[in-house]
Design a binder for this molecule. Structure first.
Ligand SMILES: O=C(O)CCC(=O)C(=O)O
Length: 165
């Protein structure tokens, strides 16, 4: 997937687990991943992995088909994070996904997750991959922290991650 979408030289850029608990039924507002930390090139890859079934009711991702073609959008700050779009609109598409399924999208795709109005926790694990040489624009630093932004593809060949510490 990384080879086809990014190219032959790829690093892990970021990974995080996101558990959406039911007691705080707020959406994660519309944003682009590149709207949080601007990196260059702007387009990298987000793999949103469902650790349990993600449904409209427990807060699955929503996307705007084709919305990644307009570059990095202006984001405003809010109590719930950065926001690039106020309304869902008719073009917004819910992406329910079963446990183990992956929603794959560009860092330029506007996306949100809805409120969790169920009684269970919605669990996801997010992996992001960027081309070798990607840099954080604001601090002009390379995305190559050896402990977590390691090479996964070099000239098209898979590279094993460093052993866990
Ligand atoms: O998983 C979620 O609820 C939202 C996570 C997300 O969109 C992000 O971390 O950029």
């Amino acid at each position: 997937l990384c080879h086809d979408v990014i190219g032959p030289d790829v690093r892990l850029y970021w990974d995080q687990a996101v558990y959406k608990k039911p007691e705080y039924p707020k959406p994660f507002p519309w944003h682009q991943d590149n709207g949080y930390t601007y990196i260059e090139p702007q387009s990298y890859l987000t793999c949103w992995i469902a650790l349990n079934d993600a449904t409209v009711d427990n807060g699955c991702p929503w996307v705007i088909p084709g919305g990644h073609l307009r570059g990095t959008l202006a984001h405003r700050t809010s109590k719930l994070g950065f926001v690039c779009r106020e309304e869902d609109g008719l073009e917004a598409l819910a992406v329910p996904v079963r446990a183990g399924g992956i929603v794959v999208f560009s860092s330029l795709m506007p996306h949100r997750t809805g409120p969790n109005v169920t009684s269970g926790v919605r669990k996801s694990y997010i992996l992001q991959y960027a081309p070798e040489g990607a840099r954080i624009v604001q601090t002009d630093t390379a995305c190559d922290a050896p402990d977590r932004q390691y090479v996964i593809l070099k000239r098209g060949d898979r590279v094993s991650p460093p052993p866990l510490q």
